[in-house]
Design a protein around this ligand. Structure first.
Ligand code: GLN
Length: 283
């Protein structure tokens, strides 16, 4: 017989930090991913409760996976993004809180809840995080979301369906499946350099969602160069990028003819997002 307290202590002794040990125990008891943090307050009062055998077996399996480096979001099967409970697994990158910066920025650029219905494109949507967050905040917008990975799009489709947020999902590389022009194009593309030592910590996530050539800028270069063809006059391109890529991304936007360039910082204070406005006549 194992109690809640003993199970938690065992996981900590095996090397798990307290937060992960707590959240995994709640997940093993069947708490939904989005409710895990709030459910933590249940634990102190139940330290001496006996865990059912199947729950304890589940817990040990979760703990083993987490100790092997699997992201918590994959183990529990979900991650909250912009207040939305998204389902995630190894088919998609785990949505990062930093990416909420990109969502905030698009909402600020187009604060018009009652204004004209906007058209927005999310390139490399993965779990659907950005597109679904924006659809949730701006139901009148028409939102298209592209991913090269059909496996990723299956996750995005399941999330859209479960959250009842209709976005159009298109499969293909960047603009390949796109046929319209948009008020706003947003993307959190792969931007890690292929030889970045930081990648070893991300080994469980899809490499195709993370790396982009020797300097990590291959996909951003492609997106910036092609975007004018898919933007309405005055439309914006908003990009997330690596903490040290801001100057390079800004230079690419300027060289392509974007103006009103601007930057946003992430939660850690890094220059994480850069945007430009396409004033030019449609190309
Ligand atoms: N921000 C992610 C990381 O380094 C990378 C995401 C991406 O390449 N778009 O953890």
């Amino acid at each position: 017989m194992t109690t809640v307290g003993q199970a938690l202590a065992g996981a900590r002794a095996a090397g798990l930090d307290k937060l992960d040990a707590d959240l995994l125990l709640l997940a093993a008891r069947g708490v939904e991913p989005a409710a895990l943090h709030a459910a933590r307050s249940w634990l102190p009062a139940h330290d001496t409760d006996t865990l059912p055998v199947d729950v304890f077996a589940h817990y040990r399996w979760f703990v083993e996976r987490r100790l092997a480096g699997e992201p918590l979001a994959y183990v529990v099967g979900g991650k909250e993004f912009y207040g939305l409970p998204l389902m995630v697994d190894a088919r998609v990158l785990v949505p990062r809180p930093d990416t909420e910066t990109l969502v905030d920025w698009a909402l600020e650029l187009y604060p018009d809840t009652a204004g004209p219905a906007r058209r927005l494109l999310d390139l490399g949507t993965g779990s659907g995080a950005i597109a679904l967050a924006l659809k949730h905040m701006r139901p009148s917008w028409t939102i298209d979301a592209v991913d090269a990975s059909s496996a990723a799009l299956a996750v995005a489709a399941a999330n859209a369906d479960r959250l009842q947020l209709p976005v159009r999902l298109l499969q293909g590389r960047w603009f390949a499946p796109v046929q319209a022009r948009y008020d706003c194009i947003v993307s959190n593309p792969p931007y890690v350099a292929e030889a970045d030592p930081h990648l070893s910590a991300l080994a469980h996530e899809p490499m195709s969602a993370l790396t982009a050539g020797p300097d990590g800028l291959d996909d951003i270069r492609h997106i910036v160069a092609a975007a004018p063809e898919y933007l309405l006059p005055g439309g914006h391109l908003l990009l997330e990028h690596g903490h040290d890529q801001g100057p390079a991304v800004q230079a690419l936007l300027a060289a392509t003819g974007f103006d009103t360039l601007a930057a946003r910082h992430d939660l850690a204070g890094h220059w994480r997002c850069t945007a430009g406005r396409w004033h030019g006549a449609p190309t």
